[in-house]
Design a protein around this ligand. Structure first.
Ligand SMILES: NC(=O)c1ccc[n+]([C@@H]2O[C@H](COP(=O)([O-])OP(=O)(O)OC[C@H]3O[C@@H](n4cnc5c(N)ncnc54)[C@H](OP(=O)(O)O)[C@@H]3O)[C@@H](O)[C@H]2O)c1
Length: 327
């Protein structure tokens, strides 16, 4: 698997990176551990987790799998977003809700899905005060069984006025050797401009939702990142399910997002699937250093690694896809 340097850091990350959001929650512990171990075997060395994922279970799984081989991997984890007590309780009944939803007819299912999702989002806790940052990092180090975090990301954007105080705390952690680099996960073009413009500054990497359906966002972030030397991590390559053909078994993956079938003919003509084309498109986007995908099923993991070793899309094909996406 190809490796690239993440912006101006010394981190050499695999072109495909492993998103750990489903570990220990949507994906059972045993299956999660097997997928992480297999990813490492296949040459993936960059893993993105958070205290929020599986309420700490995702970090624990990485800690267990990488015990004794920490130096082989680059770990990003996050601060700032935590599940509330209500959410912790709600997540216990989530599997039951999912199975009940599969049985509901289309419109009813979407309505219930959206309300559940809205409730989950509004129940999150955002904390960026200095003590919460320190406590969160110490807990992550313990769960990850390590003495340093390679890249610490802000899971959400703090209020602009808190920015300088947060950065000061991150610098302290860096000088103590607890984190090597810090960066941010961004959620809008405004965030990208803030972090990559004169206001944000000083960050090593930005994690952004960049995919075939986000061509303008790719253009904006690639041009700003190139000016500032910030590394770009393209997360959610399958656009929250919009680039994933519906599962044959009706299993629910992403909530409330319709599949966008526009790229099917293009993929079929090349003997590929839409998710494969989605990855190849990002692999051809200059400036994107790593593609961060969730892939806890071994079949998906192996398929995604394989597709990045195939001949890349030509410049003409990339232009054709861009035009198609912008239509
Ligand atoms: N605010 C933030 O910081 C933030 C927000 C969102 C995401 N993230 C990070 O980005 C990562 C990726 O995001 P995501 O997992 O939400 O979205 P994603 O990578 O776009 O989609 C993951 C989904 O795609 C499926 N999949 C993977 N490869 C496939 C293939 N070849 N064919 C068909 N389906 C395939 C996976 O199934 P299986 O799992 O069953 O294999 C999973 O359901 C997260 O894990 C997390 O690390 C961060």
């Amino acid at each position: 698997m190809n490796r690239r340097r993440l912006g101006n850091t010394t981190l050499e990350v695999s072109q495909l990176s492993f998103g750990c959001a489903a570990l220990g929650s949507r994906t059972a512990k045993c299956e999660s551990k097997a997928a992480v171990a297999r990813a490492l075997e296949l040459g993936i060395n960059f893993f993105d987790t958070a205290p929020f994922y599986g309420q700490g279970e995702s970090e624990k799984i990485l800690g267990e799998v990488f015990a004794g081989r920490r130096e082989q991997v680059i770990i990003a984890t996050k601060i700032g977003l935590y599940p509330s007590a209500v959410l912790r309780l709600a997540s216990k009944v989530k599997p039951l809700v999912r199975s009940a939803l599969v049985a509901l007819p289309g419109v009813g299912r979407k309505l219930v899905q959206r309300s559940v999702q809205g409730f989950m989002r509004s129940s999150n806790q955002v904390k960026f005060d200095p003590q919460s940052i320190v406590t969160s990092v110490e807990a992550s180090l313990k769960r990850l069984r390590t003495d340093h975090i390679d890249l610490l990301l802000l899971h959400v954007t703090p209020p602009r006025e808190e920015g300088p105080q947060v950065i000061e705390q991150l610098r302290k952690l860096q000088s103590q050797g607890k984190i090597r680099y810090y960066g941010a996960s961004s959620h809008s073009d405004d965030d990208v401009r803030f972090w990559l413009g004169s206001d944000g500054g000083n960050i090593a990497a930005l994690q952004i939702m960049l995919n075939l359906l986000e061509v303008p966002a790719i253009d904006l972030s690639v041009s700003l990142a190139a000016q500032s030397g910030v590394g770009l991590i393209a997360r959610e390559p399958f656009a929250r399910g919009r680039l994933l053909p519906p599962a044959a078994d009706g299993k629910l993956g992403f909530v409330g997002h319709e599949y966008d079938a526009r790229f099917e003919a293009f993929a079929r003509e090349r003997g590929r699937t839409v998710p494969q084309i989605a990855l190849q498109f990002l692999a051809g986007a200059t400036g994107v250093e790593t593609i961060l995908a969730g892939m806890s099923t071994q079949r998906h993991l192996e398929e995604n690694v394989k597709v990045l070793s195939l001949p890349p899309l030509s410049a003409a094909e990339l232009t054709q896809l861009r035009d198609h996406a912008l239509r």
